[in-house]
Design a protein around this ligand. Sequence first.
Ligand code: ADP
Length: 336
Amino acid sequence: MIEVHELTKRYGETLAVDRLSFQVPQGVVTGFLGPNGAGKSTTMRMMLDLDRPTSGRVSIDGKAYHQLSEPLKYIGALLEAKAVHPGRTAYNHLLWLAQSNRIPRRRVDEMLDLVGLREVARRRSGGFSLGMGQRLGIAAALLGDPRILMFDEPVNGLDPEGILWIRNLMKSLAEEGRTVFVSSHLMSEMAVTADHLVVIGQGRLLANLSMNDFIDQNSHSFVQLRTPQPEALLDALAGAGMTATPKDDGAFEVVDGDPARIGDLARDHGIALHELSPQRASLEEAFLRMTADSVEYRTHGEDVHRTMPPAANGWGADWQRAQDRNRQKIKTKKES
Ligand code: ADP
């Protein structure tokens, strides 16, 4: 069990993590979700004692990370892919880690098999693709057979096959009873991986709930309709006690509507329907709404707050591009 208590981190003017408290349960995948710059990596670094909190604390099975005598046997982490000496082979990298944590050599071979790197184990990791680097990082995280695993944005930049592989791996690790804590800035990714969600924005806790509760609270179903006779349809629906809301693109939405009942009603009134489709509100939209106020751009000391991205077509791609630019800025700032 990991417990984060009132954790705070300040970098000069920036409050990266702001009195954050939550627990990470065992035996499930917990998604750590937040827009880029929300403070996920900083929190994870503090959980692993790689960064010192301004205040607050993290405990792992009741102890601070530095009190764990052989930490790789407690907690394995994939933070930055390619955090490996480029001249070292995959095998030697794992062997060096194993020896410094008194882990038997056979685990190195087992982990290379598990992540599918046996064939390239004697090659220098400097020539590895991003996906191979991720796999090596995961082998290192699993080397000590730890009960707790942390992955920071593990699917970033991976091909669909690699993404599926990591998703299934995380689920199977949780099924074995381990604690799996994984960060992402994409709700769509968490929706298919996580059982539990911790959502943060601007370093603050926004939600801590099960994935099922998030879905129940945020995804309503509706029926989308199109017709060349909108007035007649609205009248017929109103007569049957249903409310249709017009959308910008000419369609109508009936929240919690029954498609069969609406179809029959239109037929009885001689109204042509060009669309009658049951839909679900997207979880990504619910997440963006939840974090909208906390998405922030800082450029040269100037703060620009973004509100909800436009809900019309294409918002996802635009917002994503903006987020990627933001991440680049953050990276540049970190490196300078
Ligand atoms: P996330 O992982 O959610 O994208 P980060 O933890 O990387 O967010 O960043 C949170 C905030 O802390 C950002 O505003 C970022 O610019 C700032 N930050 C992170 N690391 C540093 C650092 N080493 N020095 C200064 N600011 C930092």
